[in-house]
Design a protein around this ligand. Structure first.
Ligand SMILES: [Fe+2]
Length: 468
């Protein structure tokens, strides 16, 4: 290149730089938006919620903004020293994505605990690629914040035979505000406030288009102001939780501790609980855009549950339990839904039929039909509001299947709360509308005998308006 040409290029470049510099100097400086002081609690976007209780164990879940590590500090009330448990993956704090699920083990049975959330929020770049600086004074400062709240406390479960009450519902396919209102009513009026734990037995939302907006943002956010940070809750998958673009994230937000899946067992006192996943209510149209298009392995999944359940009924915990309660979105019998019924028939085989009294179940709690009903054990008969009809398959089973009310059910009753009290010699069950009208009450003895506590011999024949 000739010298003159090179010189002209350098001069042009200097002019451009001067213009840019002039422009920068001349342009008015944009007013800097004030940076609001971010509180540690702003980093927690939902929760915390307590789930998967077991004697001496519990999972604390919550969601955070991405980029921070998350853990829990906990201690028995009245003690000084905090213990820590972090969300880790293969030995490292997990700082990606947003779902946090922290299992606490080794808790004192019946012990009262308080906890707080601890977040690792790196304020400085960790290091540049390939540059690993030596430890200096600055590196010794822990970059953590605490999120504390007086509601962050719980009582650990025990396996001793203390009486307890738990509450269940299902089919909460309402708008966010209506759902929150129903949950609030259950807490204020219907006994949820005094329950040891709460279970949503499927269809907590219509679909999981976004896990944090649709399910967590409505169900868990609704529980938050009514003791959600201190009362364990079980979030059980129904057919509607199989639907939606983020449905397959379920186990990232709610990983069951032993199975890492959607079916699990747990104990409370001398009661053994089995939770099953009855799947989608329609056969999969795999690899299509249909909402069942992802369910390519649902048949393998039910076989997986069958193998697991066959082992569960052989376990010492199941065999020695005084009471056994199953929770599943669908019923093992009495529901007309063919696909889920077949699903459960495969999972359960003959394990719970009445010719196997050693596996006696005392109560099966379900949802899905949206119509409150209660089977009469050992018969093909069922109580349900407004009528009294026959079901099929009931003669094979000697335990009650209770199905909760749902939207569009009978009359203007759109949901119900079922309170179950496990006592020394009986299980007492009552169903209440969101307005706290008693819909049904009965007791179950240890030998499976059911005592109807309603005044009428066929109380479900009354119209909903007549419920006391
Ligand atoms: Fe359902």
């Amino acid at each position: 290149m000739k010298k003159s040409r090179l010189l002209s290029r350098i001069l042009f470049g200097l002019m451009v730089l001067c213009l840019l510099g002039y422009g920068q100097a001349a342009a008015p400086k944009p007013a800097e938006a004030p940076k609001p002081e971010m509180k540690p609690s702003d980093l927690v976007t939902h929760g915390p919620w307590l789930t998967y209780p077991d004697p001496g164990e519990l999972t604390i879940g919550f969601t955070t903004v991405p980029g921070c590590g998350a853990g829990v500090e906990y201690r028995e009330v009245g003690t000084e020293q905090w213990k820590q448990a972090w969300h880790t993956e293969a030995g490292q704090i997990f700082r990606h994505r947003t779902a946090r699920s922290i299992r606490l083990t080794g808790l004192k049975k019946n012990g009262e605990y308080e906890y707080r959330l601890i977040l690792f929020v790196p304020r400085d770049a960790k290091y540049h690629e390939g540059n690993f600086p030596k430890l200096d004074k600055g590196h010794k400062t822990k970059q953590t914040v605490l999120v504390e709240n007086p509601d962050f406390r719980f009582k650990a479960f025990t396996d001793t035979a203390d009486p307890f009450t738990f509450s269940v519902t299902a089919d909460l396919q309402f708008s966010r505000n209506v759902k929150h209102g129903i949950l609030r009513s259950y807490y204020d009026k219907c006994g949820l406030k005094d329950s040891k734990f709460f279970a949503v037995i499927g269809d907590g939302h219509n679909d999981i288009g976004s896990m944090e907006n649709s399910y967590i943002g409505t169900v868990i956010d609704g529980l938050q102001p009514i003791g959600g940070a201190s009362r364990p809750a079980l979030f059980i998958r129904g057919n509607h939780e199989w639907r939606g673009g983020e449905a397959s994230l379920w186990t990232e937000y709610f990983p069951a501790p032993k199975t890492r899946s959607t079916y699990f067992t747990f104990q409370c006192g001398d009661t053994f609980f089995i939770v099953l996943d009855s799947g989608e209510d329609k056969a999969a149209t795999t690899l299509t855009y249909h909402y069942t298009g992802d369910n390519i392995d649902d048949q393998a999944f039910r076989e997986e549950q069958r193998v697991w359940l066959a082992k569960v009924v052989e376990s010492p915990e199941f065999k020695s339990a005084k009471w056994r309660i199953a929770m599943c979105h669908s019923a093992i019998y009495s529901h007309p839904e063919a696909y889920m019924y077949n699903h459960l028939a495969h999972i359960c085989q003959d394990l719970f039929k009445k010719d196997k009294p050693e596996n006696r179940i005392h109560l099966w709690l379900s949802g899905h039909t949206h119509v409150y009903s209660r089977t009469i054990p050992g018969t093909d008969q069922i109580y349900r509001p407004g009528n009294y009809r026959q079901v099929y398959g009931g003669k094979d089973y000697d335990f009650t299947v209770l199905t909760v009310e749902g939207p569009g059910g009978v009359g203007d009753i759109n949901n119900c709360l079922v309170n179950v009290t496990v006592d020394k010699d009986k299980i007492s069950v009552e169903a209440r509308t969101p307005e706290n009208a008693l819909m049904d009450a009965f007791e179950i003895k240890n030998d499976g005998t059911v005592v109807d506590l309603n005044n009428d011999t066929l109380p479900m024949k009354k119209t909903p308006a007549n419920y006391k």
